[in-house]
Design a protein around this ligand. Structure first.
Ligand code: SF4
Length: 512
């Protein structure tokens, strides 16, 4: 095997031609290495569609690099020489090719980055320039702050990027955030566009067969895989959203509807997180759509905030606080994750819908994750590590840097309020307001203490009662605790008992 000057390892979530580690490649003397490894596919039971996406996109990316004249070494999962982990493969290829230099972009997972740093290999690390805010820049911003708030970070990123900023540095429209206009329920007359679908080419079909063979025991369906695996198809998905989804996305981004898994959501997060789309280009396209008059400011600002605000913010916190962050457990939760998270077999229609579509499509939108499956886990006192692993496994777009802070801190408030100022807990009334799920549920959302009462109702009050020592002093929880105090003792007791009965069922391994 020819000796090379530089060997660049590209991971499955780094499929971008713009990676810092790929700049200045010499096609004669340098090579790129991509490896499909069992450890990354199975350290949690990743959804088979997610594994398919990553492997197929890696194979397409390798082909695209070769078409650009780059020397590529590619190791498939079933290669008999495959040693099964990223560090061991890198060691093997270093020994085979004897490169002068090993180059690698920062990882998206602390566990993997640490294992590479511990591998004894001499690696030249590159910052992940796909993000607007570097790890160092975020650490500087956070320094000295006891609590961080996304809103202030987001303003910094708006100024830095210049997105939706007037010439005098003020925000377009006079406000930084139009979220209050983005919380509409879906009216009956509003019809969501059909989802864009992408058929499997021969490469994807090969990967589907491979994944079907090796990961049939992982939860989730492989049948409905229809996701883009190339830059061109990811761009087509994005343009479909610009044409048919974006205008209504702002208004209805928090809405949920039965048997409507995607509504007006772009469904681009998985492609973005593995490098098939470029965050700066997406923001620029959305800003252009606003200036052209085709979308309202709340839609444009809401989308841009997700990308340069929330997405960058959670990444910054992840790298600032890991590895101890992963063990945060503010409420001391220890209840195992109920089995119905893996099957969708529950009488709670909202949970059945959100889990069912997650198993079928490896996708649910942010409110389904935060206010349905996440809200239930928070109210039921599920161990944070178990619900974090579920999100990491089940969602096509879930990588540790984005999944962990979102689940651990935003969903479970397990960091005690470092990332967000209050727990996102809600009764069934929120779900009723934002969806049609309650209309077809065996439980009654109008009831709290009867045997057929919505479990979210009593569990909500049970959560507030059992953690009053930790939450009572939180200014943003003042109103709900006042409401609790105004309740007659008999009502409080009935809510507590109903909550206890539901938790006992979970502890007995029963579904709700
Ligand atoms: Fe969910 Fe309760 Fe509504 Fe049923 S009644 S769908 S459990 S919120």
């Amino acid at each position: 095997m020819n000796k090379v000057r530089r060997l660049c390892l590209v991971l499955g979530d780094q499929l971008s031609f713009d990676l810092a580690s790929l700049q200045g490649l010499n096609t004669e003397r340098d090579a790129v290495l991509l490896v499909e490894v069992m450890e990354e596919a199975s350290h949690v039971p990743h959804h088979p569609q997610k594994i398919t996406l990553v492997f197929s996109a890696m194979r397409h990316f390798a082909k695209a690099l070769q078409q650009r004249g780059v020397q590529v070494r590619y190791v498939t999962l079933d290669d008999p020489q495959n040693t099964g982990s990223v560090p061991s493969e890198l060691r093997r290829w270093q020994s085979l090719m004897q490169p002068d230099e090993l180059h690698l972009n920062e990882c998206g997972d602390w566990r993997l980055e640490q294992s590479l740093k511990d591998s004894g290999l001499s690696i030249q690390w590159h910052a992940d320039t796909r993000f607007l805010c570097s790890r160092t820049e975020f650490a500087c911003w956070a320094e000295g702050k006891k609590q961080l708030r996304m809103e202030f970070f987001y303003r910094e990123m708006r100024r830095k990027s210049g997105l939706l900023i007037n010439g005098d540095g003020t925000p377009v429209g006079g406000s930084w955030n139009f979220d209050a206009e983005n919380r509409k329920a879906l009216p009956k007359r509003v019809i969501a566009p059909l989802p864009a679908r992408f058929s499997a080419d021969s490469i994807t079909q090969e990967v589907l067969a491979l994944v079907g063979k090796h990961f049939a025991h992982h939860y989730g369906s492989l049948d409905s895989f229809d996701y883009p695996v190339t830059h061109a198809d990811a761009q087509a998905l994005w343009e479909y959203f610009l044409d048919y989804g974006l205008a209504a996305f702002g208004d209805y981004q928090d809405a949920m509807a039965s048997d409507e898994p995607f509504l007006f959501h772009a469904r681009i997060s998985a492609a973005l997180n593995i490098g098939l789309l470029d965050m700066r280009q997406l923001c620029s396209d959305v800003e252009a759509a606003y200036w052209s008059g085709s979308i309202a400011l709340n839609a444009a600002e809401g989308f841009i905030r997700q990308l340069i605000g929330w997405r960058e913010y959670v990444r910054g916190i992840y790298w600032l606080k890991m590895p101890d962050y992963a063990n945060s457990n503010f409420f001391g939760n220890s209840r195992p994750l109920p089995g119905f998270y893996w099957t969708g077999e529950t009488k709670m229609n909202c949970m059945r819908q959100a889990i069912g579509q997650s198993l079928e499509h490896a996708y649910a939108h942010h409110i389904q994750r935060l206010m349905v499956t996440g809200n239930f886990a928070l109210l039921a006192g599920i161990a944070p590590s178990q619900i974090c692993n579920w999100y990491l496994a089940i969602y096509m777009d879930a990588y540790d840097w984005v999944e962990l802070p979102n689940t651990l801190a935003m969903v479970m408030h397990a960091d005690g309020g470092y990332l967000g100022s209050k727990p996102y807990c809600a009764s069934g009334q929120y779900i009723k307001r934002m969806s049609d799920y309650c209309r077809n549920c065996e439980y009654k959302v109008s009831e709290s203490t009867t045997v057929d009462a919505c479990p979210f109702n009593s569990l909500y009050w049970h959560f507030l009662m059992r953690h009053s020592d930790l939450l009572y002093g939180n200014q943003r929880m003042g109103m709900v605790y006042k409401n609790l105090q105004r309740m007659p003792d008999s009502k409080q007791q009935a809510l507590w008992q109903r909550g206890e009965a539901l938790l006992a069922k979970l502890d007995a391994g029963e579904s709700l």
